[in-house]
Every structure is written in structure tokens, then in C-alpha cells.
Write a new protein. Structure first.
Length: 489
């Protein structure tokens, strides 16, 4: 009797373990590398995919010998699972090769929210450029150099004047001349940086911060003199009001233990470097009925339909993507105008990708709609969608309008996606209207693809096999149970 009970508990334990194995979720943090053979003009990327994450995460990406770190891009894709909204993030670090050749990316690990993710690394092959040019020295003439100072702290802005809502980058750097006669050490930098950012972070502004995880000197020429730049803080701000940004002077303390030449000091001394105050003029937007409610930046439009030739009552997916420079994360959905009985439009699903290189914020935001037509004929989407914004480069309001037309009741429907051609026109209130579209749709050329060869997902295959084994064991356990019952009788 006890042996039979033990066998049943053992079977249930094994069954539970198998179920857990067979139902391993796909939503685990992972690392992806871009192509390992690429031309020198193309950046190499390391991406971290974080499922079900809404908070911005700072990731310590590894250094790669022969490469310099460029901007970090963040892609956010919300999705509905079980009636709940789940936000998935893809954080990508861009690397730019300094020369062609073969480079080794050793195995590395990244810890995110207490979870450690490992990558096996790779061998990177950087191909030479066909139009290579001789490298030029990095120069910077916009830094306010203090006369006679071989080391100084500088707070600089990418622009001295911006419109409300336009981006402006702030960079706080310590510059040390190559011939500076002392050794300088940073001390309690995190605590000092917290106090500094409280002073220089503009009020009533949206911030896109570029996390600096390590201090590495950057060789730079300033007015013919060679310095080492240590970037301490970088961030892009979008002022939300018309008030000027007045940033006070800030100070940074360092320890000077000994000179490079001469007798050593008896004890380390503390030196203080202070930046100069900075003022950025913020201009009000020109008069407009929607002033203060439209995004500010330089944008273009891409759009696409997943199919053409639909019938009445049949839904079709329409994607409208805004691409450009500006506050991508807060871009609103296109305005729906001219209520019509031709078709219904359902609320869009949104996803966006943001790239911050420290000087500007670029990216794309996609709005995916489902459209259900109610009558036959050709439907112009431009009569229903419009996206108004202010372009600080031209100083004018522009309107992006769709160029696609939906064919309803086509006798010979095709599954190929339709993508709008570039166009420009005139919008309301004297605005200019423009649109740009590419032919890189997900469904482009689908009719010419071979569907005989389908990729196999290993995780899906393992899960399917495990589920089949679980079902077989469950049936076998039920059969044995009833067989024992019959034998006992």
C-alpha cells in the first residue's frame, strides 16, 4: 500500500517537473549581437532584450578593443497579454570601429535587475572602406577656455537659442591639458554629481539622459592645444515653457596627490574646478491654433498597408511611422479628421525606438491602426489622417499627410503590401505637407517568396515534444491506476 502511494506521488512530482519544463516562458532577458562581418562605416551593436519592463534600465555594456562607444538606442513595444499591457524594451549600444581588421569580443555577462545574462562573445571582422579618407584630429573650438588654465571644468550647450520643445544637449566635462604638471584623482564623484545635476538640470523640461558608466579620457584639440576630456554628464533636454534656461556655475572637487615632476607632496591636496554660468534662450513658437500642443522637431512620414483589394467589412492593418529628430517618446498619434462613413478606424497600437548620442535624440514612432471599410471604391487615407508639427529648422508649421489609397472591392486582390511614394503638398493654414516612404515593408515581395522551407524554433520544438511526453505519461498513469483497481477486485 505504501509502495503504491509512493509511486503515485513520484509520478505526480515527475509530471509537475515535466510540465514546468515544457512550459518554460519565452519572456527572459537575452543578449543579441549584430552581424559580425561588416564595413567600417557600419556600427556594430549589442542589444539587450528585457521583457515586461517599464522602467528605464542602465546597462554596463562591455568595452571592445578597437571600437568606441557611440549612442544608445531604446526601443519600447507595448503589447496586450491576458488583458494586461506588457512593455518590452530593447536597449542597444552602438560601437564604431577605429580601423579595419579582426577584433575579439570576449565572453561577457550583464546583470539586470538581479538577473545575470551571458554572451559567448564573437570574432568581429571589420572590412575596409572603399572610399576611406585619412583620419582627422578631433577639434573643439566652442569650449570656453579659461586663459592660462591647463585644467578647467566646462558646461556647454549644443545650441545657444532654441524654441520651446526643441532639443538642446548639455555636456559637463573636465579638460586637462597633456602638459598639466599634476596627477588628478576623482573622489566621491557620485555624490558630487548628484548635487551638480540638481543645479544644472533645467526645470520644466523633458530629459533624455545618456548614462555615463565610466570615465575615459578623450584626446581632443582646443584652439591648437591638446587636452584630455573627461565627460562627466551628458543629457538632452526639451524645454516645455518659454522661460530661458539659466544654469548656474557648478564646482567639482578633485584630489591632487603629487606632481608629475619634482619632489612628491607631503600630503594630497584638494583642488576645486568651477564652471561658468550658462544661459540658453528659449523662444516661443509662432502663432498657430495648436501652438503648445504640437510636437517640435524635424520629421518625415512612412506608411504602409499589409494588403490591398479588401472587401467591405474586412479589416486591414495600416501603419503610420513618424521618423526624425525630436522628443520621440512623447510624440502624439495623428489627428483624425473629417468623420466619414467610408470606413471605421480603431485606436492605434504604439511602439517607438529612441537613439540618444549625447547631442541629439532621434528615432521613430509607429502607430498601427485597423481599418474596416463600409463601401466599395478607392478610399484616400489623407482625408482621415494628419500629423501637424513645428519644424525649428524652417521656423514653420508642417503637416504630414498619408499618400496611400485603399482599394475596396477589388476583384483581384493581392497580398503585397502597398507603400506610399514621397510627396509634398500644401496643408491648412499655409502649412507645407510632406511624406516619405520606403519599399522596405515587411510584406514587400511576399508573392515571390518560397514557402517550402520554414525555420524551426528549437524552444518551440522542445516544448512540443515535452507536452507530448506529458500527455503520454498522463494517459499511462490513468491506465495503470484503473488496471490496479481492477486487479484489486
Amino acid at each position: 500500500m505504501l509502495l503504491a502511494i509512493f509511486r503515485k506521488f513520484f509520478a505526480l512530482f515527475f509530471l509537475g517537473s515535466s510540465i514546468a519544463f515544457g512550459q518554460v516562458p519565452d519572456n527572459v532577458t537575452s543578449i543579441e549581437l549584430s552581424q559580425t562581418t561588416f564595413p567600417i562605416e557600419r556600427p556594430f551593436t549589442i542589444s539587450v532584450i528585457i521583457p515586461n519592463s517599464e522602467n528605464r534600465v542602465t546597462i554596463p555594456f562591455p568595452d571592445i578593443t578597437g571600437f568606441t562607444k557611440q549612442g544608445i538606442s531604446t526601443s519600447v513595444s507595448p503589447s496586450e497579454v491576458g488583458g494586461k499591457t506588457i512593455t518590452n524594451q530593447v536597449i542597444t549600444q552602438n560601437y564604431l570601429a577605429t580601423a579595419s581588421g579582426r577584433f575579439r569580443l570576449p565572453p561577457f555577462t550583464i546583470t539586470i535587475n538581479g538577473e545575470t545574462v551571458r554572451s559567448d562573445g564573437a570574432v568581429l571582422v571589420v572590412l575596409p572602406s572603399k572610399t576611406a579618407t585619412a583620419p582627422t584630429a578631433t577639434t573643439l573650438n566652442t569650449v570656453d577656455v579659461v586663459t592660462g588654465k591647463a585644467a578647467f571644468l566646462s558646461l556647454r550647450a549644443s545650441k545657444s537659442s532654441v524654441y520651446a520643445g526643441e532639443d538642446v544637449a548639455l555636456t559637463l566635462s573636465l579638460y586637462i591639458a597633456d602638459d598639466y604638471p599634476y596627477v588628478l584623482n576623482f573622489t566621491a564623484l557620485d555624490k558630487q554629481l548628484q548635487e551638480i545635476t540638481k543645479k544644472i538640470r533645467p526645470a520644466n523640461s523633458w530629459e533624455e539622459n545618456l548614462a555615463i558608466t565610466e570615465l575615459k579620457p578623450i584626446s581632443i584639440l582646443i584652439r591648437g592645444k591638446r587636452f584630455r576630456e573627461f565627460r562627466i554628464y551628458q543629457s538632452v533636454f526639451f524645454p516645455l515653457s518659454n522661460q530661458d534656461l539659466r544654469l548656474p556655475a557648478v564646482s567639482l572637487q578633485l584630489v591632487r596627490p603629487r606632481p608629475n615632476i619634482g619632489p612628491p607632496s607631503s600630503q594630497p591636496e584638494t583642488v576645486v574646478f568651477t564652471s561658468r554660468p550658462l544661459t540658453i534662450t528659449v523662444k516661443a513658437l509662432p502663432p498657430h491654433p495648436l501652438r503648445g500642443r504640437v510636437p517640435v522637431g524635424s520629421f518625415q512620414l512612412e506608411e504602409g498597408l499589409d494588403r490591398q483589394g479588401v472587401t467591405i467589412g474586412q479589416s486591414v492593418r495600416y501603419t503610420l511611422t513618424v521618423i526624425g529628430e525630436g522628443n520621440i517618446a512623447t510624440l502624439p498619434a495623428p489627428a483624425l479628421s473629417n468623420e466619414t462613413a467610408e470606413f471605421d478606424v480603431f485606436p492605434p497600437e504604439e511602439r517607438h525606438t529612441v537613439t540618444n548620442n549625447g547631442n541629439q535624440v532621434t528615432g521613430r514612432k509607429t502607430f498601427s491602426y485597423f481599418i474596416v471599410p463600409h463601401q466599395n471604391g478607392e478610399i484616400s487615407l489623407a482625408n482621415r489622417f494628419q500629423w501637424i508639427y513645428f519644424d525649428p529648422k524652417t521656423g514653420q508649421y508642417d503637416t504630414l499627410r498619408p499618400q496611400l489609397r485603399l482599394q475596396v472591392g477589388n476583384k483581384n486582390p493581392t497580398a503585397a503590401a502597398q507603400v506610399a511614394a514621397p510627396s509634398s503638398g500644401s496643408g491648412a493654414n499655409g502649412e507645407t505637407s510632406s511624406g516619405i516612404t520606403t519599399d522596405h515593408s515587411l510584406y514587400a515581395g511576399i508573392e515571390a517568396m518560397d514557402s517550402t522551407l520554414q525555420p524551426i524554433s528549437i524552444s518551440v520544438l522542445v516544448r512540443a515534444i515535452a507536452n507530448v511526453l506529458i500527455l503520454v505519461m498522463l494517459i499511462g498513469m490513468v491506465f495503470v491506476f484503473f488496471k490496479k483497481q481492477d486487479t484489486g477486485r
